[in-house]
Design a protein around this ligand. Sequence first.
Ligand code: FUL
Length: 623
Amino acid sequence: MTLKLRILLLITALNIGCSTTPDSKLYVQRATLPEDATIEQKIDIASRVVPSKRQLAWQQMEFTAFLHFGINTFTDNEWSDGTDSPTLFNPTELDCEQWVRTLKDAGFKMAILTAKHHDGFCLWQTATTEYSVKSSPWREGKGDVVRELSEACRKQGLKFGVYLSPWDRNAPSYGDSPAYNSLFIAQLSELLTNYGRVDEVWFDGACGEGKNGKRQEYDWETILNTIHTLQPDAVTAIMGDDIRWVGNEGGLGRATEWSVTPFTPLSYSHSHDANIELDIEEMSKDLGSRALIARAKQLYWYPSEVDVSIRPGWFYHTWQDDKVRTLANLVDIYFNSVGCNSVLLLNIPPDRRGLIHEIDATRIKELSSYIAQMYAKNYLRNGSQRWHSEEGESREFRVDKGAVVNTLLLAEDITQGQRVESFKVEALINGKWHHLTEGTTIGYKRLLRFSDSTPSKIRVTITATRATAHISEIGLYYAEPLLDHTHTPRISDIATDGWMTLNPDAKDAIDGDITTTWRTEGLSAITVDMGSEYEISGFCYAPTSGELSGTIYRYDFYISTDNVTWQRCDVSGEFSNIKHNPTPYYVHFGTNYKARYFKLEPLEEIEGRTLTTIGEIGVVTTK
Ligand code: FUL
């Protein structure tokens, strides 16, 4: 037999092997579960739901950046109501090339810009409203941040995405559903036609108008069709149907994270009923278990994205320069997102100059160097190999002699679906097998940390899988320990030791411990006596670190020097995004007040309940 013939036969044999595999029936992005299907049949279908091409490309990026920039950058707000003058928008040194260079150097694969936040201010030259860069003094009204960023991304080889807030507090038509839908689709069309390739369109779900606010019925079908027509490769996030919000803005992924889920994307008209029937929401702990799938009618490949800011707020505030997340905290976030079968979307907000601040730039570079250093050496001698494992199968891997390791990576080939339900890992140390670590789901990537160990071999066992598991990568690494895992910001610039509350039993709110909570019935004001008079420039409210009921949404804040005459401080009166981002909120008065007493009076709880909780309250003395 000639060599050519032998190669031909071998190729034919391999091809036959592939085509006869039972795994060849795959369901791209969605599957309907027959009503009379048994649980085994449903799980079998679940194991064959796979990502679409654009979802796969998105997942492979792993590490993406958010850029919150807009009118709020210049007013020190997180949300504003659409009435701030556009003339306030005036970055002095805006340089999108610097943003992209900084992000690229730190390993990010995409940048998503807040083209329009809830205030309605547009960062591009739009024909749909005057409330935009056109009415600002920046570049004499001729500037276009979307253009500058999209061009810089193209030039430097970064993907580009847009955040377009559905909620618009400036548009007069908001709430007049057909009229606003037309405006919104016109804005979307401008962004998707005039700026080259767009890789992700991000629609947040926020709307804080409250009970008597305007209600807008969005035409999601036309909105999503517009995207699919104008930019067929762009993924749609949060209110779209390609990418699911992980359910918090704190950088916390789930240890058990299924990309195949019965959770119906909120942009589908039947989502409300379908999700209620299964009693699930984006925040639910379980979005993909067998028990849930047993009750489901539809399944989606709907993977999770972890969006979190490098600072307490989403927009830049000078006074948060010393509150940028520590390296250790960012590394934890990396393990909790990319390491938990999610994509990380880390927000790095440009400052008033229009530059990524030096502190943030240094921190993200430290993060990427740390991660690169960890991955630099895989200590498994025969790692990174593909392995088709049935339930209960084990595989042993030799470890480089004497290597100290503390981090394990496992990955599934998700083009064949997400299948592994649990696994365990043992280490051979001095000739004996010891338990090293274990986990549930793997998905696109799973990272696990354990204490430093020097095994000569490790043994990985797939203890439960929904069908043949396609393991595509195994790695064993050493990650330098980082000491500062805490991320407890300072709540009060004045020590609270000598303080008293005038409410009975409210000391948990001023005990310097954010983890203890003052909880009381009703919307109850708290009054604090600081013991002496101080000049204060703001205050801080930290919600509880646990269950969020009682968290204050709208409030009034008062100060007094004698507990008789009270003055109401001129503040926005709203902890804008606290429901989704329950971190300490720092409120600045923009002026100094003399005060011995202060009072925080809740006007509305995040869900309209009559209950008040305070994790901690403090005052700010510096601007
Ligand atoms: C939320 C918004 O309310 C925040 O301001 C921020 O943009 C975050 C990413 O999404 O829903």
